[in-house]
Design a protein around this ligand. Sequence first.
Ligand SMILES: Nc1ncnc2c1ncn2[C@@H]1O[C@H](COP(=O)(O)OP(=O)(O)OP(=O)(O)O)[C@@H](O)[C@H]1O
Ligand SMILES: [Mg+2]
Length: 246
Amino acid sequence: MLEIRNLSQYYGEFCALKDISFDLGENEILGIIGQNGAGKTTLINSITGLGGRPSGTVRLDGTDILGKRPDTIARLGVARTFQNLRIFRGMTVREHLLVAQNRKLSPGRKLLPNFRNTEDAGVDALLEFFDILRFRDDDAEGLSYGDRRRVEMARALAGSPKLLILDEPGAGMNEQESEVLASQIREIRERFHTAIILIEHDMSIIRACCERIIVLDHGQKIAEGSFEQIAADREVQRAYLGEEDA
Ligand SMILES: Nc1ncnc2c1ncn2[C@@H]1O[C@H](COP(=O)(O)OP(=O)(O)OP(=O)(O)O)[C@@H](O)[C@H]1O
Ligand SMILES: [Mg+2]
């Protein structure tokens, strides 16, 4: 469903992404890992129409989306969360989801049966899924960091995306929360029938969720494969050991 070919992104002379190519199938969970500054966020920013002037090809179900506006890409069915949370000021948790939900009416995309009744039923089901239903009418800004992360994920799903992109959803979570998150991510795929791109530093989450992983290093794809394959990859080991040496 997603086809990326020779995607590059320069900031002036600096090459943040170089000739990245990969595919993503429907219902697949793809992990993207790499050191700080490797280009992970830049990659998904390029896919979602945020920042810079990327070159190459990004096709979503055959439609070229590279260079399209973020809201256009969202309407085509791509939703994301942000590494630095984007919670709206003065809005309740419920309102965050309703805003996203009202954008979901993209052509050819059917609502799931249990989300068909009323908007609020859909919102409540999502909030319950992320265990934040009790905060429904609270100001989202007042929630804990972990709960605000969950609001972001619920908001992204409220638009019934066919592709969900998560930028470090496990950041700041403890071990137990990370375990819950990993099983939620797998469950999202089953329940909401969405493909997922997962950027994560927490290897336990990556290992638990992703059947395929891409490793970025200095803007380049240095490996792609299963967790076992990339863990055994010499170049990946070198890229990661480099940090321990520093
Ligand atoms: N708008 C920008 N202008 C100039 N350089 C940028 C810009 N955005 C990102 N960069 C640079 O591009 C490189 C990749 O950054 P990016 O944020 O994609 O890394 P990342 O892999 O997401 O890292 P992290 O794990 O820390 O989130 C970094 O060197 C960063 O400084
Ligand atoms: Mg990042």
